[in-house]
Design a protein around this ligand. Structure first.
Ligand code: SF4
Ligand code: SF4
Length: 389
């Protein structure tokens, strides 16, 4: 049985919220808040969630993927700024992000310039801690500096909330995070099948919940989902058709209105594999070193392995992309770049060359925002790409 949508078969999570990832996570954050756990808002894949969780604090990913608050944001911010930054700010201006409303503090990182400056503008609304992210991950000093920054974050959280942590609790959190990440890898493996037994929507749903949840909370659910996916494989339930073009999407984070690119790919007859982005696989790719005696150092080293375009050089992105191409066997690679994201935009040239020269695969760079105005044009470009295969 071939499927492209949620109708006609048992949805993966089957809790009435399939395809509604933010609602499910909101339910989770609200329930934890009711149990008197503080909530901190986060924006980025570099936020060390395991340290936060080891303190009994809940990390909540703040809203940043909708086009609707951008008009308000542009009354303050320049129009030629990345939509993710404008949307984040607009949500706060309009009081429209329920996760921000639940947050007792915000954790930010010095990733790109636009975000850094936007954080200055929201810093006086709620207690905000900005982590100075080393941007040359191969330097010996990088992990030491990032470890110190994580310790400073711990001090900030201890000062603002009546919650503490210690090496034992942090070690516990990272060991469970490793269990969670290993199972997430198994979930992604179902997207490597031909045809895939899991859709991008389901991967998005699972990842959205897995990011703020602890390993202990997620592992039983992930084990259940893996059994369901095994059954799908046995029953021959899959997405797309055996000959649908397989598309690996890499680049900027994709959620909410930006998922238009996934819909365009599906409507053109393609099948989206597990996305190579912070809203896809990136947050679950690496494991923490266990039992080192210094779990904060283990956290620092693990987070600096995230191959974000804010890093220089960012060779790890290409190495990881090679592994993903070997694992998922795409027919094409699409680099998704948000307008005015200079880091991913400039890096796209290198990524394109690498994909064509090393892997001999067609490559398409898509530069877009959160509006729906270019959907027709995106469709034409993706259809032309598939026709060329
Ligand atoms: S792409 Fe980079 S800056 Fe954006 S969320 Fe991921 S790690 Fe953070
Ligand atoms: S997509 Fe690019 S410009 Fe936008 S917030 Fe992320 S790194 Fe910054």
């Amino acid at each position: 049985m071939s499927i492209q949508s949620f109708s006609g078969f048992e949805p993966l999570m089957n809790d009435g919220l399939d395809g509604m990832a933010p609602k499910r996570v909101l339910k989770y954050v609200e329930s934890r808040k009711k149990e008197n756990h503080p909530v901190v808002g986060i924006y980025c894949g570099y936020a060390p969630v395991e340290l936060i969780q080891s303190m009994g604090i809940v990390p909540a990913v703040l809203c940043s993927f909708s086009h609707s608050p951008i008009e308000s944001a542009e009354t303050v911010l320049p129009a030629n700024l990345c939509p993710l930054i404008k949307s984040s700010y607009g949500f706060i201006m309009e009081g429209a992000c329920p996760f921000y409303a639940l947050s007792d503090a915000v954790i930010a990182e010095t990733t790109c310039d636009g975000k850094k400056k936007m954080f200055e503008m929201i810093a006086d609304i709620k207690p905000t801690f900005v982590m100075d992210l080393p941007q040359m991950p191969d330097e010996i000093s990088a992990s030491l500096n990032w470890k110190n920054m994580i310790l400073n974050l711990q001090a900030f959280l201890e000062k603002n909330f009546d919650h503490t942590t210690n090496n034992e609790k942090i070690e516990h959190a990272i060991q469970w995070a490793n269990k969670k990440n290993r199972l997430m890898q198994k979930i992604f493996d179902y997207a490597s099948l031909t045809p895939p037994a899991i859709s991008w929507k389901e991967i998005y749903d699972v990842g959205f919940l897995a990011l703020p949840s602890t390993g202990e909370e997620m592992v039983p659910l992930l084990e259940k989902l893996i059994k369901k996916l095994d059954n799908r494989v046995k029953e021959g339930v899959y997405f797309g058709k055996p000959d649908s073009p397989r598309v690996l999407v890499t680049g900027c984070p994709i959620g909410g209105d930006a998922t238009k690119i996934f819909n365009v790919i599906e409507e053109a007859g393609g099948v989206v594999l597990a996305p190579d982005s912070c809203t896809g696989m990136k947050s679950f790719m690496e494991l923490f070193d266990e039992n080192t005696g210094d779990p904060v150092d283990a956290i620092a080293r693990r987070y600096l392995k995230i191959p974000c375009a804010c890093m220089t050089p960012n060779n790890k992105r290409l190495n990881d992309l090679s592994l993903l191409i070997d694992r998922f066997k795409p027919d094409v690679v699409i680099d998704f770049v948000l307008q005015a994201c200079h880091a991913y935009n400039v890096e796209s040239y290198k990524v394109g060359q690498f994909v064509s020269e090393k892997h001999h695969l067609p490559f398409l760079k898509i530069e877009t925002d959160y509006s729906s105005g270019d959907i027709g044009q995106l469709k034409t470009r993706v259809e032309a790409l598939f026709e060329s295969l």
